[in-house]
Ligand binder design. Structure first.
Ligand SMILES: [Zn+2]
Length: 210
């Protein structure tokens, strides 16, 4: 999931209106900011099929540090504590942590039964409801979910910037839902990691400025 994570960000910004936006915008993306780095240094593994650009064909072989419910979110207490120190506010640190937890919960809806629960290795339970199995529906549902949550929570003055910017970013991701290209343009773990990083840096900038 990509743009859908910013529905959670919109909720958190509304719940705590005085909070700074950047820690929330970074928090909802956190697992997907850590993941590319861990893939690049070989600590987490992914397999990308060259002949299929669809999201469902990406195999997340191992990503316990970035994407497990227990271990991943325990690790996230470290950046959350740093955020709390930077902003001199426990509340902002907690918001960052809750934002990061929301990432796992929303990923659960779309991922293909590959999200570890504990993350400590050995025989772990893996979850994922697999909405990506139905890529076109997943594309539409993710944006509708995002837009409805924004309309219900955000200030009307930000509707245009958030909804149009979100749609733009979602459309940039359309090939991985509709398969316009025959090959996956990001067909190596390195390329996929880098485009993920770029995508989220763009999303953080957009959500912070909108
Ligand atoms: Zn993720």
């Amino acid at each position: 999931m990509y743009i859908g994570h910013y529905a959670a960000a919109a909720v958190l910004v509304t719940l705590v209106p005085d909070s700074p936006v950047i820690p929330i915008a970074v928090g909802v993306a956190w697992p997907d900011l850590v993941w590319p780095v861990l893939v690049l240094i070989g600590r987490e593994r992914v397999t990308v099929g060259r002949n299929d650009p669809l999201q469902r064909s990406i195999r997340f072989d191992s990503y316990p540090f970035s994407h497990s419910l227990v271990l991943g979110n325990l690790f996230t207490l470290v950046p959350a504590a740093i955020v709390a120190l930077l902003y001199n506010s426990v509340l902002v640190g907690v918001l960052f942590w809750v934002a990061a937890i929301s990432h796992w919960v929303l990923d659960l809806v779309v991922h293909m039964h590959d999200l570890p629960v504990l993350g400590f290795g050995g025989k772990d339970r893996k979850l994922g409801f697999g909405l990506w199995q139905h890529p076109r529906a997943a594309f539409v549902i993710e944006y509708i979910f995002f837009a409805v949550v924004v309309l219900l929570t955000a200030r009307p003055t930000v509707y245009v910037g958030v909804l149009c910017g979100g749609l733009f970013l979602h459309l940039l991701n359309a090939n991985s839902f509709f398969g316009f290209s025959r090959h996956n343009p990001f067909s190596t773990p390195t390329r996929l990691a880098l485009i993920t990083l770029v995508g989220y840096i763009g999303a953080i900038a957009w959500f912070t400025l909108a």
